[in-house]
Design a protein around this ligand. Structure first.
Ligand code: NAD
Length: 505
């Protein structure tokens, strides 16, 4: 039996329960159908066949979940940080034990390849460990002295929070948002993406089997316009942690206005990789190819705009083309596959329409440029590279969210900076140069929340993650996550008998 055949057999065994029982919501510790019994289907992008019927939650289901999260809040918030820490580590241990199951289910539900998803499951466990270790100190604050006065700041969890996640790497992203909320002492209502809801079910189950009290973590499946909207409008939900498209972020801000929701947005990107002639071009090419073609290009920090100094443009582009043409497109469970099918036919059509638009805008295709009839007949698209691109073309401005790269030449540093910043997004930037002074100068002026110099995206969890401009509001990682999920309070003590104004005698 080939490795793929063996993996398919295992995947079927892991999916069997979903095919039989569907994907239920999870409210107050119970797996429940939607109140009105409605379901929708989760379709695998590999063969476009249904994987499971999913509970279709709406306003009433969100209301039940928010009430459960509210009821559980005081107990969870009052639990000593050390106890929460132990529990969150137990969740991480259980994720590791079930990492294969998570990865296989994720591949079948999202079309992402196993070579990346097996690591994503383990990264999910790391997210829990990282925030578990900080749970004990989450409430700590500062002491601020003034003459005759001592101020003490302290933090408290904000309350029940809503977490809304996208479909591209749903397991990892859910852990990234939910682990700090729990570590901070918040309770959670999670609304997973409707296009890939399966692993959110595994995650909440794992957490409760590890001992998480009922009601602390609730999951309601459904669509953005019903379950998602209801969550952002619910008065008991104090904050919304959202990862998704910029346009959706804008809607959520409007929806949450009436209840004065605190929002944290991790949104889209059109991230430049800027390659100067003095860079190590082989390493830069490997990194650029990795950042745009891994995860099917369905990645917020994807290096989707390649800005190359004119003197090395053709040579550099040739390196990228050579690599892009050798990338294996295939079944996500084939261990050799790099690119699997895109999330669904609508998204495939969107990516292909951008490829067509690029042709119409006058850019040239030097790699890829078409759909692929891959295993299962799913939504595959070739890794594609456009040259002859001007930064004003729509393919250079809009987030395509697929394996499509556009190359734009520049003549000097000033032009590189202008092109790099000429976008409404500002999530990530990748800079390649051997001139350290230029690296400092350029990265200081580059409009992005995160910049990697001479590197692909290598995450260090204590560092801040987030974007500027239309790419986001707020930061995750390190203590930044706690700032979002907690309220800071200042308590001021008089330390001397200072003179108090005597009004009225
Ligand atoms: P999306 O915005 O369409 O959906 C994300 C989630 O929001 C889903 O769960 C959806 O049901 C929900 N939603 C939709 N409308 C809603 C509404 N009116 N109210 C409340 N919830 C609503 O995004 P997507 O297509 O699932 O994901 C792709 C996008 O996510 C890309 O733009 C990508 O760049 C972005 N993304 C950003 C990051 C980051 O960290 N910055 C990470 C991953 C993905």
């Amino acid at each position: 039996m080939s490795a793929l055949e063996q993996n398919l057999k295992k995947a079927e065994a892991y999916l069997e329960r979903f095919r039989r029982d569907g994907v239920l919501n999870h409210i107050a510790g119970e797996a429940v159908p939607a109140g009105d019994g409605a379901t929708f289907e989760s379709i695998s992008p590999i063969d476009l066949k249904p994987l499971a019927k999913v509970a279709h939650g709406k306003v009433a289901d969100i209301d039940r979940a928010a009430k459960a999260a509210k009821a559980a809040f005081h107990g969870w918030a009052a639990m000593p940080g050390d106890t929460r820490k132990k529990l969150l580590h137990k969740i991480a241990d259980a994720i590791v034990v079930r990492a294969e199951e998570i990865a296989f289910v994720e591949c079948m539900d999202t079309g992402q390849s196993l070579r990346f998803m097996s690591k994503a499951a383990l990264r999910g466990a790391e997210n829990f460990r990282f925030f578990a270790d900080r749970a004990s100190e989450a409430r700590d604050g500062k002491a601020l002295h003034a003459p005759g006065q001592l101020n003490i700041t302290t933090r408290k969890p904000i309350g029940p929070v809503g977490i809304i996640t996208p479909w591209n790497t749903p397991f990892m992203l859910s852990t990234w948002k939910i682990a700090p909320a729990l570590a901070a002492g918040c309770t959670v209502v999670h609304k997973p993406a409707e296009l890939s809801p399966l692993t959110a079910r595994l995650l909440v189950e794992i957490a409760e089997e590890a001992g998480l009290p009922k009601g602390v973590w609730n999951v309601v499946n459904g669509f953005g316009e019903d379950a998602g909207k209801a969550l952002t409008e619910h008065p008991d939900i104090k904050a919304i942690g959202f990862v998704g498209e910029s346009a959706t972020g804008s809607l959520i801000m409007k929806q949450g206005a009436a209840t004065l929701k605190r929002v944290h947005f991790e949104l889209g990107g059109k991230n430049p990789v800027i390659v100067f002639a003095d860079a190590d071009l082989d390493r830069a090419a490997d990194a650029a190819v990795f950042m745009v073609y891994s995860l099917n290009g369905e990645r917020c920090t994807s290096s989707s705009r390649l800005l190359v100094e004119a003197s090395v443009h053709d040579a550099f582009v040739a390196k990228v083309v050579e690599k892009a043409k050798r990338i294996k497109i295939g079944h996500p469970l084939d261990p050799d596959t790099v690119i699997g099918p895109l999330i669904n036919p609508e998204h495939q059509a969107k990516v292909l329409s951008y490829i067509e638009l690029g042709r119409k805008e006058g850019a040239g295709i030097v790699a890829g440029g078409a759909a692929v009839d891959g295993p299962g007949g799913g939504t595959y698209v070739q890794p594609t590279l456009f040259t002859g691109v001007s930064n004003r073309m729509r393919i250079a401005q809009e987030e395509i969210f697929g394996p499509v790269l556009v190359a734009v030449p520049f003549n000097d540093e000033a032009e590189a900076l202008e092109l790099a910043n000429d976008t409404r997004y500002g999530l990530a930037g990748y800079l390649w140069t051997s001139d350290v002074t230029r690296a400092l100068r350029f990265s200081d002026a580059l409009e992005a929340g995160m910049i990697w110099v001479n590197s692909e995206n290598v995450r260090h969890l204590p560092t801040p993650f987030g974007g500027v401009k239309n790419s986001g509001i707020g930061r995750d990682g390190g203590d930044w996550s706690f700032d979002f999920y907690m309220e800071t309070k200042n308590i001021s003590f008089a330390t001397s008998s200072h003179a108090i104004a005597k009004l009225g005698g």
